[in-house]
Ligand binder design. Structure first.
Ligand code: PEP
Ligand code: MN
Length: 360
């Protein structure tokens, strides 16, 4: 992936005036359902019509997809509406069938990206294809696993590549179905700025009411496109009913989204921006300086504890610091989530420092 610029070609060739849009139902259910949705999406911003044919469900017994017959329905979607088609593939048999049915975009699902065996099998089955292939992030927040999958495909001579950010599962309760962990997508974007990056707000949120906000965040972060599950009768969908939106709602979302430009050449803007960035640089240096000072104090505490043979971790003291800082943070417009994360990291660094002293 030395020359990641070539990875952008398939997207740039489309010369879109808006982010790339992939929309359609979570699952193809009946031919009528698929065609109805596709016709409603026909004259909108949608570029690719998606539908899951083979559905990986966490527990058996739920609807597991209609199988290969659905590929014929997707061919009819293309014939009747001109929309390009997209589906998920999870093994070589899926790939062969999807290529036979001229599916334009194939994506690798989050449960497949975690397995280098499966990704390798798919990469070999796709060898040299000019179809678009998108890799969803793995279910666990592991950037190298995600990148590894992209590299396997690239090595198989597949150049029309991209990635889909669909969030990460977590044991902790959260308002998201899959926590976005935006920093991972940003890190990937920084490493490969030309690798098209699509956001999937449907699987991140799990709830249709939250889709707009997550989509806007993605566009603010310079994502190249969105994949949004769309169904004419979302409540009655056979899978992922809570997160699908109607075609009408999708059009509304696209209309309301503010599409940000990557940059602006106007002199005033550039001057203001560089002024603000200079201030940020100064503050960042101060932050590092003050954190260094805090650790020095913490080292002093470590020395004291060592003399008296006292344990490093003092839970009551720690809980009272956290409670106070959350309140202080709130007053300064900092979210509880951020303050907690930041102080957990500071506390861990403190513990590491003190342990070093106690064990020296
Ligand atoms: C899907 O897009 O329908 C899907 C199953 O997604 P994921 O692999 O992200 O769970
Ligand atoms: Mn789904």
């Amino acid at each position: 992936m030395e020359n990641s610029k070539e990875l952008r070609n398939w997207l740039d060739e489309m010369a879109l005036s808006h982010p790339l849009v992939i929309a359609g139902p979570c699952s193809a259910e009946t031919e009528g359902q698929v065609l109805k949705i596709a016709h409603e999406l026909k004259d909108t911003d949608v570029n690719y019509f998606r539908a899951g044919i083979w559905k990986p469900r966490t527990r058996p017994g739920n609807f597991e997809g209609v199988g290969a017959i659905g590929l014929k329905w997707l061919q009819n979607v293309k014939k009747e509406t001109g929309l390009k088609t997209a589906t998920e593939v999870a093994n070589k048999a899926h790939v062969d069938l999807a290529l036979e049915h001229d599916i334009d975009l194939l994506w690798i699902g989050a449960r497949s990206t975690v397995s280098p065996f499966i990704v390798q099998e798919i990469a070999e089955a796709l060898e040299g294809t000019d179809k678009v292939v998108l890799v969803k992030n793995p279910v666990n927040p592991d950037l190298s696993l995600w990148l590894g999958a992209v590299e396997r495909l690239y090595k198989s001579n597949i150049k029309n590549l991209g990635v889909i950010h669909r969030g990460f599962s977590s044991y902790e309760k959260s308002k998201y179905r899959n926590i976005p962990e935006w920093q991972l997508a940003i890190e990937l974007q920084t490493k490969f700025p030309d690798l098209p990056l699509i956001n999937d707000p449907s699987h991140i949120t799990g709830k249709r009411d939250m889709i707009f906000d997550v989509s806007q965040t993605a566009l603010d972060l310079n994502f190249d496109g969105l994949m949004i599950e769309t169904h004419c009768d979302p409540e009655k969908a056979w899978s992922d009913a809570a997160q699908q939106v109607t075609p009408k709602k999708l059009v509304q979302i696209m209309e309301d989204l503010k599409i940000r430009k990557e940059t602006d050449e106007e002199a005033g803007y550039k001057k203001d921006l560089s002024n603000l960035r200079a201030q940020i640089d100064i503050i960042d240096n101060q932050l590092i300086d003050i954190l260094g000072k805090r650790m020095k104090v913490s080292d002093g505490i470590g020395e004291l504890k060592k003399q008296k043979n006292v344990a490093v971790l003092q839970t009551t003291r720690w809980n009272s610091i956290l409670g106070k800082m959350i309140l202080e943070g709130e007053a300064k417009g900092l979210s509880e989530e951020f303050v907690l994360k930041m102080f957990k990291a500071i506390h861990q660094e403190s513990i590491n420092h003190q342990e070093k002293i106690l064990n020296s």
